[in-house]
Ligand binder design. Structure first.
Ligand SMILES: [Zn+2]
Ligand SMILES: [Zn+2]
Length: 304
């Protein structure tokens, strides 16, 4: 197998793009696709003050690495969920990354907002699924930290496989409101909201993993212990089967959806946001779901 560009030994074959590449040309190919996505969806430019939400996994550390190597101004944000050893290891991966590249990493502890409770403890106390509680908390802290830090944009490491499995799930259940909001860039529509962008939407998990490996990024390979059995993983498996039969179908499915996203815009409910009576951050109701969660959790603590 030879590199299509230079003829040297290829290290990766990409069936979706009908191409085999050596290490050097693969990095150039990968970076170009990400930069194209950043430009196509008008995510940000080199003057933007970027905050990358990092988990210690390959996707978020790779997106941080790529932005830094391409001259973007990007700091990191690590949200400590308090999931015992998993959080400790993932935090240290982020800290080592920031230190070795001499960039700023902000660490926010969920425990500081919830009277010493970790994400699994909060979920257990209010009898809700850990992943939904975790998602809600992360979205809120991400936005608040970015706003307080004066950032223009929040970047996450969501890749093509993440996005296509979310799309598939939203379509299976016809979650039209979610479909209306699924896009590589989510513009702010409240004074206390920061725009979010996903530069890896056109890169598969395998492509990101290859980038991380060649670049020598030290990331946590282990998945979050609470993600075991997640429906999104099942959807990814189905979509990978489809990709095997029809290379490029994941990318076509997702980009076709983005091209037709205006179809779903009439279902958006987040266009007229109010300010939370407690914290002032955006909400569709009087009190935001984060403040409600804090109040519910605190009430239960007092009772027991
Ligand atoms: Zn080559
Ligand atoms: Zn609030």
């Amino acid at each position: 197998m030879k590199c299509k560009i230079c003829g040297n030994k290829a290290v990766i074959k990409l069936r979706a793009h009908n191409i085999a590449l050596c290490e050097k040309d693969y990095i150039a190919f990968f970076e170009k696709r990400v930069i194209n996505a950043i430009k196509k969806y008008k995510m940000f430019d080199r003057n933007s003050k970027i905050l990358v939400a990092v988990s210690g996994g390959k996707d978020s550390l790779s997106v941080w690495e790529l932005l830094l190597s391409k001259g973007y101004k990007a700091d990191g944000l690590y949200i400590d969920l308090g999931i015992t050893e998993y959080s400790e290891v993932s935090k240290s991966k982020c800290m080592n990354f920031a230190k070795s590249r001499n960039v700023k990493l902000e660490i926010v502890k969920v425990k500081d907002y919830f009277g010493g409770l970790s994400v699994p403890e909060i979920a257990k106390r209010i009898r809700r699924k850990t992943c939904s509680v975790c998602g809600l908390i992360k979205r809120y802290i991400m936005n608040r930290s970015a706003l307080e830090g004066g950032y223009d944009i929040i970047v996450t490491g969501h890749n093509l496989d993440d996005e296509v499995s979310t799309l598939f799930g939203n379509m299976i259940h016809w979650q039209v409101e979610y479909l209306a909001r699924q896009f590589p860039i989510m513009d702010k529509n409240h004074e206390r909201m920061v725009t979010k962008a996903k530069p890896f939407v056109t890169s598969t998990e395998r492509e990101v993993a290859a980038y991380a490996l060649i670049k020598g990024i030290d990331y946590i390979e282990e998945e979050c212990p609470f993600s075991v059995g997640a429906t999104s993983l099942f959807y990814k498996k189905i979509l990978n089967e489809l990709e095997k039969e029809q290379p490029g179908s994941k990318l076509r499915f997702l980009s076709g959806f983005y091209e037709n996203s205006d179809i779903f815009q009439k279902f958006r409910k987040d266009l007229k946001l109010k300010s939370c009576e407690r914290c002032g951050y955006p909400t569709t109701e009087d009190v935001c779901s984060f403040c409600k969660l804090r109040e519910r959790t605190n009430n239960i603590v007092e009772k027991s």
